[in-house]
Design a protein around this ligand. Sequence first.
Ligand code: C2O
Ligand code: CU
Ligand code: CU
Length: 484
Amino acid sequence: MATRRRVLGAGLSAAGVGLTTASLLPALRARNASAVPAASAADAAVQLFAAPMPLTPVLAPVSTDGGTDTYEMTMRTGNVGILPGLQTELRTFNGQFPGPTIKARRNRPVVIRQRNELTVDTSVHLHGAEVPQSEDGSPMDTIAPGTERLYTYPNKQAHASLWYHDHAHHVESENVYRGLHGSYLLTDDEEEALPLPKGEYDVLIAIRDARFDTATGALVYQMSDRARTTLLVNGAPYPYFEVAARSYRLRFANHSNQRFVELRLADDGDMVQIASDGGLLPRPHTTKSLYLTSGERADVVVDFSRYPVGTQLVLKNTGFGAVEDVSQVMRFDVVRTAEDDSSVPDVLRTLPPLPEPTAERTVVLRMDEDGRPDPKAYIDEKLYDPTRVDARIRAGASEIWTVTNANTKAPHNFHMHLVQFRILQRDGAAPGPEEAGLKDTVRLLPGETVRLQATFDTYQGEYVYHCHMLDHSAMGMMATMKIG
Ligand code: C2O
Ligand code: CU
Ligand code: CU
């Protein structure tokens, strides 16, 4: 059982050492250590590791007739307790934050009735999914307030940890920030046959940042805000998670509007990465850090049996742009022993060989970064125009896209709808093992270039591609590809 701890944070923050609280935390904290600093000066009200990490509830279907799982969700305003003693008004799916998790199986369709009881347009996009254009939740294909629609997901693709979020033109950034995001875990026989940790030892950990008015609990939204300095894990600020001394599969997802995180155990202990956006990697890869830009997912197996019961292990963030004190994310508390018959096989999956490429094109991401008041963001020097087709792709084509971040300060990433792509090169070199699987979103730090290959052999129609720093896509960094 976790013991309550005295907070030193307010005093430390007042002394102006908010940015250095990380250095005060030993990597491994003894069970009854005396004090835990508050998260940061701005968030002195938030105590680190004071509350348990919520496990996001799995939504039950309203019907499973005819081999289809049918769900109902209502987007509505909800008041959720996030900060101690305060309520935060959010835009939610079913009043929950984050939205409920959907569990799906390959080749078993899912239908979701989405009702919009908010006062803004919404459009629900299933990120990473292979779906017909009509089901993609495109920016202009919106659900007006007071109306509803069905989305049908065929689930023909292989297993992957997907997520759903709003995508309505110009408001997606604020809608997602205010709570319209949740997870969709698609599995298949191939994944289930592996001896990886399962059940209660397979845990979704969705991370995002937020800025609160700490007096009222209200969420503050401003475009490109650098002060989103509260990290939420499954909706709770800086929680602890009690684990058994055995292996866990941790499914990390970055649902931040634009924050990049680099996750690392405080003792620099090994994590075995087994999956990325599009499911399992070909081979496991042992690493000390996991870089996730907004929208990316990655699964690791962590063997907590190497820690004695009683160990408290902080998960740190050492990522790009972690200039504020968001250097800690959560804490794992090893509280008991448990049996463990799981293992990580040397080969996780075999990806099909890449087809011969049939076309090549370039994409340049750039935004105004000279400090002008109303910065815009561009793809190939153009602002998003939903009536324009930017890339025409032949049905069945397999294309190499060379994507460059032309900025010198601003980071970006690059996300394509409809496809899971393969990364061929990062800055001229072969990608690392963490990028050797299927991806739908890829990091592009200032000046970086990534070559990727995508094959358009499923659905035809118009789909968007964009920077998944959603403030950037709302500033114009989005474009349309037309397949067929
Ligand atoms: Cu997460 Cu256009 O998507
Ligand atoms: Cu998407
Ligand atoms: Cu960007």
